[in-house]
Unconditional design. Sequence first.
Lengths: 601, 366
Amino acid sequence: MTDLSRIRNFCIVAHIDHGKSTLADRLLELTHAVADRDMRDQYLDKMDLERERGITIKAQAVRLAYGELELNLIDTPGHVDFTYEVSRSLAACEGAVLLVDAVQGIEAQTLANFHLARDAGLAIVPVLNKIDLPQADVDETRRELAELVDVPLEEVLAVSGKTGEGVTELLERIMAQVPPPTGDRNAPLRALIFDSSFDPYRGVVAYVRVVDGALGARSRVHFMATGLDSETEEPGVFAPEPSPVTALEAGEVGYLVTGLKDVHQVKVGDTITSAGKGRATEPLPGYREPLPMVWSGLFPAEGGDYSELREALDRLKLNDAALAYEPETSQALGFGFRCGFLGLLHMDIVKERLEREFGLELIATAPNVEFHIVRGDQTSVVHNPSEMPQPGTYDHVEEPMVLATIITPSEYLGAIFELCQARRGELLDMKYLSPERAEVHYHLPLAEIIFDFFNQLKSRTRGYASLDYEPTGYEQSDLVRVDVLLHGDPVDAFSSVVHRDKAQQYGRQMVERLRELIPRQLFDVAIQASIGSRIVARETVKAKRKDVLAKCYGGDITRKRKLLETQKKGKERMRRVGRVDVPQEAFIAALRVDEKAEAKR
Amino acid sequence: MTAGLYVHVPFCLTRCGYCDFNAYAGLDHLASRYVGALLSEARLAAPGWKDEDVASVFLGGGTPTTLEVADLKALLAHLRQTFAVDSHAEVTIEANPDTVDTAKLAGLLESGYTRLSMGAQSFDRAVLAVLERIHDPTSVRRAMSAAREAGYANVNLDLIYGADGETVGSWERTLREAIELAPEHVSAYALTIEPSTPLGRKVSRGAVPAPDPDVQADMFELACELLAAAGYRHYEVSNWAKPGFKCVHNLGYWERRPYLGLGAGAHSYRDDRRWWNVRPPEEYLSTVESGRLPVGGEERLEPSDAYLEEVFLRLRILEGVPSSWVEPGRSEPFVESGLLRDEDGALVPTERGMLVLNELVLGLVE
């Protein structure tokens, strides 16, 4: 048991790529947490996927010994999709190192993270990183950061996670500036779950911050939000590899092998207390159910893989409490799942893991937000465009809005105004961080953000602008459903809900794209876009006229038969929509949200 | 059931850019050894084929007329000795217009090669250049009159349409020229780009455009129209003949009659077994010269393979597929859209249907 006064719980928060993982590596080294021979880059980012993408999606806590002190470094996700996870990780800390790349300066997620940390009441240690780089503008970035955190310039530390310069000073500063945790070790147990993972041998492992009391092995505990009881198997700490301890006490951070087998029973933000007598009456504040913001239909490319997809989703969900899914049947794509994600990055990660770890080939429909359909005082929720009712059957539709913060070199302001304007944005305010850099706030529909907004922002600002956004609730909007018909039959997978002003343009774009993608059939195929019963765009794929091998003599017959068999297999892989055969690739390409599509908007 | 004999001669004066046949330029020095090997192979293969009634012999290539008349004569005589070749059998030899003159043709006819198949390809110089054919249109006319002079009464002209730069107008001139020469038989092939050929490589790297299938469809329809008007009967996707001049040998392939192939890379078929000889001439020679059959591979047709072949071959020769073979509901959409017609219980492709024959086959066969 470590005396409370000798514990420091802190995290590092930063915009993506500002060097958080590299700094964490230096902290591990300086505190001899990892033997030199075991050290590897980005040590804490355990999953392959994280290491390749250079981002951290799973929070993790590691215990470091520094002199007499026990430092618990809680690694937080650095992406806007995971705001809730970040907030729970912050709630496990007393201090935050606010890390800013001295080359890039303050960016949108620097601000978002700073505000989250300040709102969580954390002590903030402002730090400049990458000062070893020749392009680093230490003075200017220091000025920006001091102003943001509202401290004198000299309180902003300058470090290099790469060379280790200044990292010892940083440890000293953490010791001095981050308060030790408070907590009553004699009070009923209350431990905050700030993350969880699933271990195939040991079941669900919760990452916890014990706030009051103590959490030992083989004790009956109660999960306050889910209402479940279990017998704990093993508390422990990451040092940085998992090491069991007899108990985690108030103020300490570590893991708990919960004895539960289903990650849904162990929810981020939930409070663990003792089961039976002596249980806490009040849970820790801040729990909420993770809310999917972005939806997409996932369908196996091979219809037979449906049950494998279900199994894979079930398995992923073990490790990802924020993933939502429900069975969906599409006339065009067959059996699949409508899946809910925290955001686009979350969606990409899930899709990539399904394909990589489970060997599935997937067709994903274009992402959409959740719409509210209002009829009188009744509101129904739609998260699949093909379920959007026909106009006239409801009073109005509401869509989710966000407050977007964009930080950009001022020379790109024009490009950003143009982009946000085109995306139905409303400029709220703008201020200059320095003569060269500006911070802009826009009120934007989330639906516009998830349609390739980030790529566009990056390409129009040569990668310099950064974006963060937070939901601000639902607003009424003039949205309509655009359907795509092939040979007169609507293809549910291509339906989309868009603003009325853009509906025709969207329909035209889809129809033109599909004309390129749908192979010629034995008859003319009409491709139409409609809003309600009104056709707004039309193209035709002309009938195929020639599909026969010219020569077929003695030596050609085997080859010819094999060609036919190949052609037959190709046909079998196509989806039949009414009378029209549509290849998988057409679905994938037509539904892809990319710059090419955007360029046509 | 009658059988056919095919003899492959893999020598050419030059290789044409579009051709993916087993043919080689510059191997002429092997010619007499090769003829010897053909004779040996015939002897080696004969025991299993002695009782087959051979109704046709076909010398293809390559360019069989690169061989000396004397060799060709000895070859045919040997085949007649070794196999039960019907005295009225159709005996075809392929010829390149530049490798024949009246004397040579007279020699061939006298040797027993009674049917001549000439690779004319086009009467448009630009098209011949794209195809990398060395002859020019006048040599086709010359070779044709030489053939008539020599006494040939059964001549086929091969034509190819749809090469880069060929218009429907130019194709029409080629067709009219061909009709003008009044061959008994015309084969007209849509140019097919084979990836392994020089032309195929040019297409894949974008140096030459791939044939436009719609233009080739127009050209096919024009061929159907002009050849029919000139008295030719369309009897296979790419073949037309004056009455009584269908190619017996090629019909054998399409009617799934047995055939024995001799020579490098030649294919054989009998009783749902298909096998083929090794392709490189040197390997063929050394194998046969060491007294072994030069078989390079074989396949046995499963009943489903045989059925698929039967269906697409019957459709190709307008024999039609008995409607009783086809699951109810499968043929109707094709009949309604004018791609098939029902002729007394047989489903026969229309001209438009022949153009999309692959689709018909896939639509009819489970």
